[in-house]
Design a protein around this ligand. Structure first.
Ligand SMILES: NC(=O)c1ccc[n+]([C@@H]2O[C@H](COP(=O)([O-])OP(=O)(O)OC[C@H]3O[C@@H](n4cnc5c(N)ncnc54)[C@H](O)[C@@H]3O)[C@@H](O)[C@H]2O)c1
Ligand SMILES: O=C(O)C1=N[C@H](C(=O)O)CCC1
Length: 263
């Protein structure tokens, strides 16, 4: 059975890769896109226009007019949340890469999916290497509880810390005794010098042109450190995870947060 897919954010760095991936896979049919600026002067996108499929500025209009099995959302948090909620309410399974959702938004979306008995996935990182980095970090934290996370991304990224860094810290939190790291009386002489604090762990966000998506998780212990590192050099690194999730979502009756839940 060919799966009918809608993509939100088709002109984006991720969305444009997802359009290619879906179009190149005979298991999928791209049936529509959601693009807020479609056909606005200066936002024409020949790749999207060449698809000869309907493009809608608003999700609800798209879902009311197009029959689809799945939504891929690769936009921004504000609309990604709305798109995901509307998809579930229209019996469309969401596969969401957009990051920056709040805990409350994630909980609400999961409860809606449970009511609808409709599966899907929200994953801050669809690269298998990144998911392994998070799982290995969770394992290491049991033995080396002092950890700093350094995430490095391109300088067009809107949210900081990255969704991957927050997810890594959340996974570590499950296996590590909470602790405050560093000197108990340490003082930041410049605000933010020690980075973001998540359950006593520090997260540092680098934004520079030339970067794509990179993260190091550094564990410190007596006389040693352990560094677990992942690099995405281009956005093809995420496409296998999205492809796998699209197919897997069809078998699921609940929305999950994180690719590790379906591997
Ligand atoms: N899960 C993953 O593996 C993964 C990988 C890379 C990026 N991301 C996330 O995916 C999202 C998109 O990343 P990107 O690099 O493609 O960003 P981008 O800025 O290149 O693309 C964002 C897209 O969203 C659209 N958009 C922006 N504001 C909008 C609005 N108000 N309404 C509707 N559409 C809107 C833009 O038109 C664009 O097409 C980000 O949240 C990023 O963190 C996730
Ligand atoms: O390019 C981005 O933006 C990315 N965001 C994800 C995150 O916020 O963790 C990870 C992949 C790249």
């Amino acid at each position: 059975m060919t799966l009918k897919v809608i993509i939100a954010g088709p002109r984006g760095k991720m969305g444009s890769e997802a359009v290619k991936m879906v179009n190149e896979d005979s298991d999928f049919e791209l049936v529509a896109c959601i693009d807020r600026k479609h056909n606005e002067r200066g936002y024409e996108n020949p790749d999207v226009q060449a698809l000869n499929i309907p493009v809608f500025a608003h999700a609800e209009e798209c879902f009311q007019n197009v029959k689809a099995d799945l939504l891929v959302d690769l936009t921004v948090p504000e609309v990604g949340y709305e798109h995901t909620k509307a998809a579930l309410q229209n019996y469309i399974r969401p596969v969401v890469g957009t990051t920056g959702f709040t805990d409350e938004q994630l909980s609400e979306l999961i409860s809606i999916s449970r009511e609808m008995k409709l599966g899907g996935i929200i994953a801050p990182n669809f690269a298998i290497g990144a998911v392994l980095m998070m799982k290995f970090s969770q394992m290491a934290a049991k033995y080396l509880p002092d950890v700093d996370i350094i995430e490095k991304h391109h300088d067009n990224k809107l949210d900081a810390p990255s969704g991957t860094a927050v997810k890594t810290a959340e996974m570590i939190q499950k296996t590590r005794e909470a602790k405050k790291q560093g000197h108990p009386h340490e003082k930041e002489t410049i605000d933010g010098a020690r980075g973001a604090d998540h359950d006593g762990m520090h997260i540092h966000s680098v934004r520079l042109p030339g970067l794509v998506a990179h993260q190091e998780v550094i564990f410190g212990g007596p006389g040693q450190t352990l560094t677990i590192k992942h690099d995405s050099y281009n956005r093809k690194s995420f496409m296998d995870g999205i492809r796998f999730s699209l197919k897997k979502a069809m078998e699921m009756d609940e929305l999950v947060y994180g690719l590790e839940n379906i591997l």
